[in-house]
Design a protein around this ligand. Structure first.
Ligand SMILES: O=C(O)CCC(=O)C(=O)O
Length: 190
């Protein structure tokens, strides 16, 4: 399903992985990835990120994120498998940022994935596993907003000029008790 957004190319595929595959991937990722709580620099102060994260990719790829330089951990078995599946669909990412929202208190604030190393029109391949969470997009100029639910096994593709014109966030949901894992596969230009 292509979302009806101006100045954007956003496509949502609900069952990119079937239920059995998604269950297996979710459990494997919890075990395999080098999860840690990162640091984020906001209004002149360092804070712990309100989620766990992991950065994996091709050898020695670095990525500047929230003012920190991260060096990629190697691909894990399951990440490699997912990458091959994305390749079957014509995508060639070389890195992935993984986010683990332990429960509904964990979140990610408004931002665009527009770091220079992602190039001019980045393709962000965002996979969701675990509990369903709301995801918001907001146009930078018109302030138009769009909300969708990201489900277990789904793929959201943000391409074209999306990052230039829109921000996105994963809002806090205090009533949510389950865990969600998000993988955003990207291509980093060195
Ligand atoms: O968890 C999500 O769906 C959003 C992740 C995100 O915005 C990011 O990694 O830049």
């Amino acid at each position: 399903m292509k979302l009806p957004l101006d100045d954007a190319e956003v496509t949502y595929i609900a069952k990119f992985f079937n239920r059995g595959e998604a269950d297996r991937i979710y459990s494997a990722l919890l075990e395999e990835l080098s999860w840690h709580q990162g640091d984020v620099y906001v209004f002149g102060k360092w804070h712990k990120t309100p989620r766990l994260q992991a950065w994996h990719g091709d050898e020695s790829l670095t990525y500047r994120y929230s003012g920190k330089l991260l060096t990629a951990e190697p691909w894990s078995k399951t990440l490699h498998e997912i990458r091959l599946r994305l390749r079957d669909h014509g995508f060639e990412p070389n890195a992935v940022l993984a986010n683990q929202y332990r429960d509904g208190n964990d979140k990610m604030g408004w931002h665009s994935d527009d770091e220079p190393e992602l190039g001019e029109n980045p393709i962000i391949l965002s996979l969701s596993f675990g509990v369903t969470r709301d995801f918001d997009l907001r146009h930078k100029k018109t302030k138009e907003t769009y909300r969708l639910e990201l489900e277990h096994g789904s793929l959201l593709v943000m391409a074209g000029r999306t990052q230039n014109f829109w921000k996105h966030q994963l809002p806090q949901r205090k009533s949510v008790t389950g865990t969600r894992i998000n993988l955003t596969f990207r291509t980093i230009f060195r």
